[in-house]
Design a protein around this ligand. Structure first.
Ligand SMILES: [Zn+2]
Length: 302
């Protein structure tokens, strides 16, 4: 395993420990059952074989990942990241390799498809994966849930999922359902990296928020020590946004509720880190602590 490229980190230790424990228990049970009915020496070999097979089945996702990471990252994918994703450009060489691995793994494990059978281009698939890789870059043990479908609409849509250019919804995450992106808006978010709006980062931030069971602006993994200042800042800034006092930092949509505040703040944090750091160092610092990364100068971050 190449430690320079960080492949090992992609199998969380907790997963290995849990699966080894399960395998050990099954192997012992298999040995006890087989030994009671046949030759104990044969029982040793057969139970070990059963244990190995069971372990491979449990680790199937990671076995596939292992081989996926040995497939060279396509040059045309790299060109798209280079030309469209400012966060990728800010990484050093080692960081870019790890980002590419995260993109590959995401694309391998997630189900991305177009509404009503529409084709989803490689560029759009990469921009979705890049959004996830950006948010997860400083948290290498974080695994994106892979039970959600990712649905791509060609333009904006409404609550009835009618699709039209002038309809207002550009992305959506359901608590239990799919993640939805407007293709136009996703592309625009990566064309205007100097602006704060990026639907890819926004919707993936909602996924982080909902991963602990509720859309309350408190993302998964935020420990209780960090929660208190986060809740205080969030409440304060939402009030300021609603009074129009935060416009140079956060767009008005951040004032809708806590979930939208977190998603909008995440967009600004990754899209315009220098601006956010200068305009609201306290908010910047809390996001930096949570994402374990300085998006101004991410380097490798691991
Ligand atoms: Zn939102």
């Amino acid at each position: 395993m190449d430690r320079k490229t960080g492949c090992m980190k992609k199998i969380p230790r907790t997963v290995i420990t849990a699966n080894l424990t399960l395998t050990g228990v099954l192997t012992l049970i298999a040995f006890a059952v087989i030994a009671s009915r046949s030759n104990p020496v044969a029982a040793v070999f057969i139970s070990i074989a059963i244990g190995c097979l069971f372990f491979i089945v449990l680790m199937e996702k990671y076995v596939r990942r292992f081989f996926r990471l040995r497939t060279p990252f396509p040059d045309d994918w790299r060109e798209i990241l280079q030309s469209r994703v400012s966060f990728y450009r800010r990484l050093d060489q080692k960081g870019r390799i790890r980002f590419e691995q995260d993109v590959s793994i995401f694309l391998d494990q997630q189900h991305i498809y177009g509404v009503q059978g529409r084709h989803v281009s490689e560029e759009i698939r990469l921009l979705i994966a890049a959004s996830a890789a950006t948010l997860g870059f400083g948290m290498p043990d974080w695994e994106w849930p892979d039970l959600r479908d990712i649905l791509v609409f060609p333009t904006g849509f409404n609550e009835e999922y009618q699709v039209r250019d002038d309809l207002p919804i550009k992305g959506m995450v359901h608590q239990q359902g799919p993640i939805i992106f407007s293709e136009d808006e996703l592309r625009m978010g990566y064309l205007r990296s100097s602006q704060d709006s990026n639907v890819g980062l926004h919707e993936m931030a909602h996924v982080l928020d909902m991963a602990n069971g509720s859309a309350d602006g408190i993302p998964v993994g935020l420990n209780w020590v960090a929660s208190a200042p986060w809740i205080r800042i969030m409440a304060d800034r939402i009030q300021k946004v609603r009074k129009g006092k935060c416009r140079e930092v956060l767009r008005d949509y951040a004032g809708v509720d806590e979930a939208e505040f977190f998603a909008v703040a995440v967009e600004v944090f990754f899209q315009r880190p220098t601006h956010l750091k200068k305009a609201d160092p306290e908010l910047f610092s809390l996001l930096k602590d949570y994402f374990k990364i300085d998006p101004e100068n991410p380097g490798d971050a691991a």
